[in-house]
Design a protein around this ligand. Structure first.
Ligand code: NCD
Length: 340
């Protein structure tokens, strides 16, 4: 893949190359926010992936200034390592100012509602608000009360759009294409926003998706999303090119959805024996954090030939750079920012 570095750097152009070379523009992300994959179209997704692919090819220490003057707030109501750090790093690499709102020590702990928090933060004129929240629909709600563009960094069981985008970029860079691939998403589908966003995105890009899950961890309507459903992992893995594993999300479970972890691993944990039923070069993905010995054997988690898990983390930064840029240039002109 050859990349024109000068176009990524914005050199020799009076305007950021995104606008010059790409039809995506201000209206391509609905309502100027990135709340989910549902509602995005294939050209928009492809544009984001193409742009992130350019960022991914830049030297690790490259510092850009595309988002100079833009202020990004991150506000995480749930724990996060990779997503939060990756948004923070992406924004700084693009030259934006970043404020990580400290939820644990803020007034939110004193019982302030999400809306009151939103209105307070909005008064400080952030351009982009990146939020993770335990309630599905929280980022949509937030977007109705702020002038800033909102990026959903995971809302309850609903969506996690940048995770799905980074997964797609990881696959594209390793395999070369997504159309026609057989992709198995395995494990706790019911509680997973990653699964929902990936099902939307990979279907839009033409992959064949199957989900492999115990009956207690899969929503009954899942096949309406155009996926094949398997409860037997050995059967479901046959003919797959990518095996995407999900964490058992105990914090969102109601009660006894799973047997013991040992029993879960026996039936749904990926081992080398089970992987041998997939296509010979099948690749492994996991959004993290992963539980070794529960959804994946430790040996496979460390298999550098088959596992894309580290590459996924790496692509997270590039994807978030592209998303921040797309939203920033969908905002009003700098001198009118937040003055609507
Ligand atoms: C996922 C999330 O938070 O939805 N993790 C992530 O963003 N890397 C998946 C999970 O928590 O299991």
């Amino acid at each position: 893949m050859s990349v024109d570095i000068t176009s990524v750097m914005g050199m020799n152009t009076s305007q950021p190359p995104y606008l010059a070379s790409d039809p995506m523009g201000a209206s391509a992300l609905p309502n100027k926010h990135l709340l989910g994959i549902e509602g995005l179209n294939r050209p928009t997704i492809t544009s984001l992936l193409d742009r992130a692919n350019q960022f991914a090819d830049l030297p690790a220490r490259e510092q850009l200034s595309h988002l100079k003057g833009i202020t990004v707030f991150t506000i995480f109501f749930e724990n996060s390592t990779r997503t939060r750090v990756s948004f923070d790093l992406a924004a700084r690499k693009m030259g934006a100012s970043v404020v990580n709102v400290p939820v644990a020590t803020s007034s939110i702990k004193k019982g302030e509602s999400l809306i009151d928090t939103a209105v307070t933060l909005n008064a400080m004129h952030p351009d982009i608000l990146v939020m993770r929240h335990h309630n599905s629909g929280a980022s949509l709600l937030l977007s109705k009360y702020v002038n800033a563009a909102v990026i959903n960094a995971g809302d309850g069981r609903h969506e996690h759009p940048t995770q799905a985008l980074l997964d797609a970029l990881t696959i594209r860079r390793r395999v070369g294409y997504i159309e026609g691939l057989n992709i198995a998403i395995c494990g706790d589908i019911a509680n997973s926003r990653v699964a929902r966003s990936n099902i939307h995105l990979l279907s839009i890009l033409g992959a064949n998706i199957r989900v492999i899950s115990p009956t207690t961890l899969v929503p009954t309507h899942i096949t309406e999303m155009g996926v094949e459903l398997y409860h037997d992992m050995e059967e479901g893995l046959q003919g797959t090119d990518i095996v995407m594993l999900l964490r058992l999300q105990q914090e969102r479970m109601q009660g006894a959805e799973t047997p013991s972890q040992r029993e879960y691993f026996r039936r749904y944990g990926l081992t080398r024996e089970k992987l041998s039923l997939a296509n010979p070069k099948a690749l492994i993905m996991h959004p993290g954090p992963m539980n070794r010995g529960v959804e994946i054997s430790s040996e496979l988690a460390d298999d550098v030939e088959r596992s894309l898990i580290t590459a996924q983390v790496e692509m997270g930064v590039a994807i978030r750079m592209a998303c921040l840029e797309a939203l920033a240039f969908g905002l009003t002109k700098p001198d009118q920012r937040n003055m609507k």
